[in-house]
Design a binder for this molecule. Structure first.
Ligand SMILES: [Zn+2]
Ligand SMILES: [Zn+2]
Length: 232
């Protein structure tokens, strides 16, 4: 065992216990039960109650700029705490473990969408400086490595400093994101891109990015997130 491993042992991203293989046995069972299974909403990928139901309640009543998307897990314990640690408490290496899980389960589906590039949902530069990293970027880079899809971190910029979405209701979430993002280059001729973020709640953040990408010329915008909430 090398010194680095003794000083910084690998821990399970879901319970924080030392575990050389990544996810520990107990958490493996718990997170496997949170994996999103069919039937799911054809738009956002949330689980729906019956297989004949095509869209969840939100998607049946909303217009989205994105094409469709999916998440790996439901946003419940222990996934929710793990994602929180990844996002706010510097547990950057969780990104690698999430990406491996996502590639194994969802990789084939992602490749069927034929994304030419992966685009992480950007943070405003001020927020990124404060936090030191963008969790969506970390996940994108790890996923891009496994699936061999290039990652463009600078294509979409967050040009307006906004309130954290979690404090707001659905309508305010949308308003909060108006003119929040900008695409820096023309994307004419790009057929498909994959937008990556940590959590899908109402979809307003991902859709605000999708709207700008569509305006810039992208034909289809897909998304992938670590977890998805049921309602908010
Ligand atoms: Zn664990
Ligand atoms: Zn839906």
């Amino acid at each position: 065992m090398n010194l680095k491993k003794i000083l910084w042992p690998e821990t399970c991203p879901f319970c924080g216990k030392v575990c050389a293989d990544g996810i520990c046995g107990e958490c493996r069972k718990r997170v496997d039960s949170l994996q999103i299974k069919e039937p799911t909403c054809m738009k956002c990928g949330k689980p729906v109650s019956a297989s004949e139901q095509e869209y969840c309640h939100d998607c049946a009543h909303t217009h989205y700029y994105y094409e469709k998307g999916m998440a790996m897990w439901l946003h419940k314990e222990p996934v929710s705490t793990s994602v929180y640690q990844f996002k706010y408490h510097n547990q950057r290496f969780y990104g690698k473990l999430y990406a491996a899980e996502i590639a194994a389960e969802k990789g084939a589906q992602i490749l069927r969408w034929r994304p030419e590039i992966i685009i992480p949902v950007p943070l405003h530069s001020k927020r990124k400086r404060k936090r030191g990293y963008n969790q969506a970027e970390i996940l994108s880079c790890e996923l891009g490595k496994i699936l061999e899809i290039p990652v463009c971190r600078k294509l979409v910029k967050r040009i307006r400093y906004t309130e954290p979405q979690k404090k707001l209701g659905n309508r305010m979430r949308k308003r909060n994101l108006e003119k929040a993002f900008a695409v820096t280059h023309s994307m004419e001729g790009v057929k498909s891109v994959l937008v990556v973020d940590d959590i899908y709640t109402t979809g307003s953040t991902i859709d605000a990015v999708a709207k700008e990408l569509r305006k810039a010329g992208v034909s289809k915008v897909y998304f992938l997130t670590i977890s998805i909430g049921q309602g908010y």
